[in-house]
Each structure stands twice: as C-alpha cells, then as structure tokens.
Write a protein that binds this ligand. Structure first.
Ligand code: SF4
Length: 316
C-alpha cells in the first residue's frame, strides 16, 4: 500500500533549532530521527515569528486560567497575547495541506494542556493552554495535534501517527475531488481501522453516510471528518484489535488450508494473551491476503495504516 508523505507542522525547538528563550533547543530524537524519515516537517516558532529575539526573557501565562495572557516574567507589562493570537490565525490559514501538528509541551505559547498559569491570587495552577496553540486548535479543530511529551508513550504515539496518516488520506481525497462514491469508498476502506478505536463511531459514520442523497455533500463531509477524527482519538487496546483481527480472519477462513487456519488462530490467541505484539498477527494476515487475495479486505487501511518502518505496532 502506498503512503503519501504527510506534511507535519512542528514546534521548531523540537527539531533541534536553537530558538528557545535561553538560546537552546529541545530536540526530540524519535520525532527527528524516526518519524522524520516518513514526513516533511514544517518548522514553526511563534515567539520568533512575532519578533522576539533569541535569547529573550522568558514568558508565562497569567490571570484567568481559562483565558490567560502571555506576559514576560520579569516585565509583566510586556503582554504578547494579541501578537501570538494573530500569529496563530495567520499560520492556521496556511495549514490547509498539513496533516498534523506536534507542539512543545508546557510552553505558554505552544503547550496544549497542563501549562502553568500564575493566577491573580498568585497561585500556580497547571491547567493552562498555550495561547498560540489554542488559536491554531480553534481555527483547525480536526487537525491531529499532539505534544512531544506524550509521544514517549507507545500507545499515544501510535494513536497520533494513525490520525496523521488518516488525515493525510482525507486531504488526498479532498484534493482529488470529493464525490459521494469516493466518500463511500473512503469509509469502506477505513471500516476496520475505525472499529479498532470505536465500533460505535464506525456505526454512526455509516449511518451518516446513508443520508448522502438527502444532504449537501460538503456539509456531510465536514460532519464525517469531525466524527472520524473524534473516533480515532479513542484508545484502541488489545480487545478491540483482537475483535478486528478475528473479523478479518473470518474472511480468509474459506480460502486457506485448515492447517494454516489453526496456525492463524494460535497467532491471534498469542496476541490476545500478550505473548506477541500486534505487528505479528497483522503480518500473518497480510501474508494470507497476499496468497489468497480478497479485494475488500486487501484494501483495508487497518492492515497498512502507516509505513512499517515506524515499527509502531511492535510496541502494542
Ligand atoms: S515552545 Fe514554541 S515558542 Fe517556544 S521555542 Fe519552541 S517553538 Fe518557539
């Protein structure tokens, strides 16, 4: 299966660029060395873009933790909130062909959650969101986003990359020209990927598509994308994957020898009991599909959701 190389926006400091307030960087090795082989980076540093120098005085979030302001730590009158919001809006307008964004955690500009806020009563609460990141999220609500600190968790990392590549396929569909048959085909090919995250979400999206003849295509497509990305955010987990693997193997049972079938069942059980990672039963199913092609199953993105070289399913 061919994967189109996604464009991924990333906080510049995570790519090893020395743009932080202290003139240093926060290079994320997996992002640069592994994911970087499969994606094209779009490096973005909002603080530098709004004209703050390197080095510069540190910033922090202050005030109402729901809607904090970004001010200089040592000169509280220096408020760059509006500049960061304007930068966020300007950048969001250029993200049409970008399939995801990885933000630097804990930054008053780029952090997605749990950023420290100094409240009016001089308490520090850790429920803030970076002002620039919030603006990007509000302008691009379906864009897959993640913080680098969460990419160190194997399941969260896989979840993000899965959303990144799915969103890229959506961008490709949009570029090629959205039509009712193409949208139905897109959904059919993502059925098992969706089931691995949210069987309910998969059913809901199927029901939504049954209204294709009655609703404006663009309106319905927007609703579909929102539901798709919401469903894929949900955790998959062994039980759901096992269920999907069983569904897929059910298609193959008629076509493969009895001895191969019992070996396949054994591999699925080994996965269910945590003896082998998800990559093993998936490879096994792929081999059978290669020998006994099935058009419907062979096109399922569940079996090839992103490049194998990322080895994400070796850790699930
Ligand atoms: S966290 Fe964001 S604003 Fe701060 S240095 Fe990194 S990219 Fe720039």
């Amino acid at each position: 299966m061919v994967h189109i190389r996604p464009r991924l926006a990333v906080s510049s400091c995570l790519l090893g660029q020395s743009v932080r307030y202290d003139g240093r960087h926060k290079r994320h090795d997996w992002l640069v060395d592994t994911l970087g082989r499969c994606v094209d980076f779009e490096s973005l540093c909002p603080e530098v873009s709004i004209g703050l120098g390197i080095p510069r005085g540190p910033l922090h979030l202050t005030g109402d933790s729901e809607h904090p302001r970004v001010c200089a730590v040592t000169s509280p009158d220096r408020d760059v909130t509006a500049a960061l919001q304007a930068e966020g809006r300007a950048v969001a307008a250029t993200l049409g062909g970008v399939a995801g964004y990885v933000f630097k955690s804990r930054s008053p500009s780029c952090g997605l959650s749990h950023v420290s806020v100094l409240t009016e009563t001089c308490e520090v609460v850790r429920n803030g969101r970076g002002v620039y990141a919030r603006t990007i999220q509000e302008a691009c609500p379906h864009l897959p986003v993640e913080e680098e600190s969460r990419l160190d968790d194997a399941a969260l990392r896989e979840n993000f990359v899965n959303r990144l590549y799915t969103y890229q396929r959506w961008l490709t569909l949009s570029d090629e020209g959205l039509s009712a048959p193409r949208l139905l085909d897109f959904h059919a090919r993502h059925k098992y990927l969706l089931m691995a995250h949210s069987p309910d979400g998969c059913r809901r999206l199927g029901r939504l598509l049954s209204r294709l003849r009655d609703v404006d295509l663009l309106v319905l497509a927007k609703e579909y994308l929102a539901g798709l990305m919401r469903a894929l955010m949900l955790d998959s987990g062994t039980t759901r994957h096992f269920n999907v693997l069983q569904h897929i193997s059910g298609y193959l049972k008629q076509r493969i020898a009895a001895s191969d079938e019992s070996k396949l069942v054994a591999v699925l059980e080994a996965y269910r009991h945590g003896e082998v990672p998800l990559a093993v039963p998936v490879m096994c199913l792929r081999r059978h599909i290669h020998c006994c092609p099935d058009e419907y199953i062979g096109k399922q993105w569940y079996l090839w959701p992103y490049p194998d070289e990322l080895e994400l399913r070796d850790h699930l």
